[in-house]
Design a protein around this ligand. Structure first.
Ligand SMILES: NC(=O)c1ccc[n+]([C@@H]2O[C@H](COP(=O)([O-])OP(=O)(O)OC[C@H]3O[C@@H](n4cnc5c(N)ncnc54)[C@H](OP(=O)(O)O)[C@@H]3O)[C@@H](O)[C@H]2O)c1
Length: 325
């Protein structure tokens, strides 16, 4: 699989990274319902065997559980992938997440992640959310110290806007940003992507298949069967009125284009994200080996211009329809 350097860093990431949010399982506010850990380990092994060379995780995913499962999967593996994890979301005995970016919290989080992951160094350490916003400079200063200590190789941010990145850049160079980006969430196109290109900051896009909606396999029946602790049941993209528009986009526009290009809808959705030159990689979530087997194929192919125009036109009509409601 093709690799790209992550902005100005020496990390060469495959254009598909494995996303592990769903591997955190259920039992917390942003869970994905029950998840079998054996299947999760098999999924991680399959991703690595298919050539994916980096994994994105976070302490928040399953409240430490996801990092532990990633650590188990990596035990004894000869070729270890790059590990990207995060900080800035803490939880108490009530299992509720809260934002926390104070220096003391960050220092504790780094050590806890290293232990759960069973590694001596974290390749990419990312602030999960710019919240509390008044603490981002303190967090970044703490992270810069940890980079100097050797426990972290590079530091990046998730969900930051350009002005927030500009606030922390003088403290320590920003290696990467991790924003949401899919056909349904395109906010980064106007300002963030051009800024990252100009500053040579790596971009790793999350939820490229909009949490499974853009795989062509989500139906109203499937949504009705989501586990009670699958947070997607509360996600507006999976609820009316957006759901109707989203299923129409998938069935009327994306499915025929995917078929014409001998791809699946999921592969088309990822290829669409990777069409942007600013994009280092797409973080592709999977919870079963078969899912990553599918999405790793064809999704780095260039899409024909006329198909890109057709998708753009359909997305514009969808947007107008949302605005007119
Ligand atoms: N920094 C942040 O704030 C942030 C936020 C969100 C995500 N992320 C990262 O980005 C990663 C990717 O985003 P994501 O997991 O939200 O969404 P995604 O990659 O758009 O979708 C992943 C989900 O789609 C379904 N899926 C995957 N492959 C499939 C296939 N071949 N056929 C059918 N269904 C398939 C699976 O769920 P089901 O099988 O249950 O349908 C899977 O969990 C996350 O795992 C996480 O590492 C970061």
């Amino acid at each position: 699989m093709n690799t790209k350097s992550l902005g100005w860093t020496e990390l060469n990431f495959t254009q598909i990274g494995l996303g592990t949010w769903a591997i955190g399982g259920g039992g917390w506010a942003f869970g994905w319902g029950p998840q079998d850990d054996t299947l999760s380990v098999e999924t991680i092994h399959r991703a690595l065997d298919l050539g994916i060379n980096w994994i994105d995780t976070a302490p928040a995913y399953g409240l430490g559980h996801c990092e532990t499962v990633v650590g188990q999967a990596l035990k004894g593996r000869a070729n270890k992938p790059f590990i990207a994890t995060k900080c800035g979301r803490s939880w108490g005995s009530d299992r509720k997440l809260f934002p926390a970016l104070r220096k003391k919290t960050i220092l504790g989080e780094v050590d806890a992640s290293l232990t759960r992951l069973g590694v001596g160094v974290i390749d990419l350490y990312q602030v999960h959310w710019p919240q509390p916003e008044e603490e981002i400079e303190e967090a970044w200063d703490a992270i810069a110290d940890v980079v100097r200590s050797g426990k972290i190789r590079y530091a990046g941010v998730c969900n930051f806007n350009v002005s927030q990145i500009k606030r922390i850049q003088p403290i320590h160079p920003v290696a990467s940003v991790q924003p949401p980006y899919s056909m349904l969430v395109r906010d980064v196109e106007a300002e963030l992507l051009p800024f990252c290109a100009q500053e040579n900051i790596g971009v790793v896009a999350y939820s490229p298949m909009q949490k499974g909606l853009l795989t062509g396999k989500i139906t109203r029946e499937r949504i009705a069967e989501f586990a009670r602790d699958d947070h997607r049941s509360r996600d507006p993209q999976f609820l009316e009125p957006l759901l109707d528009l989203n299923l129409e986009l998938v069935n009327d526009t994306l499915r025929p284009i995917a078929e014409r290009n001998q791809m699946t809808v999921a592969q088309l959705a990822i290829a669409w994200v990777l069409r942007r030159p600013e994009m280092t990689a797409a973080i592709v979530g999977a919870r079963r080996p078969g899912q990553i087997e599918e999405t790793v194929q064809h999704s780095t192919l260039a899409l024909p211009e006329d198909d890109l125009h057709t998708i753009d036109h359909a997305l514009r009509i969808r947007q107008e329809s949302i605005q007119s409601r």
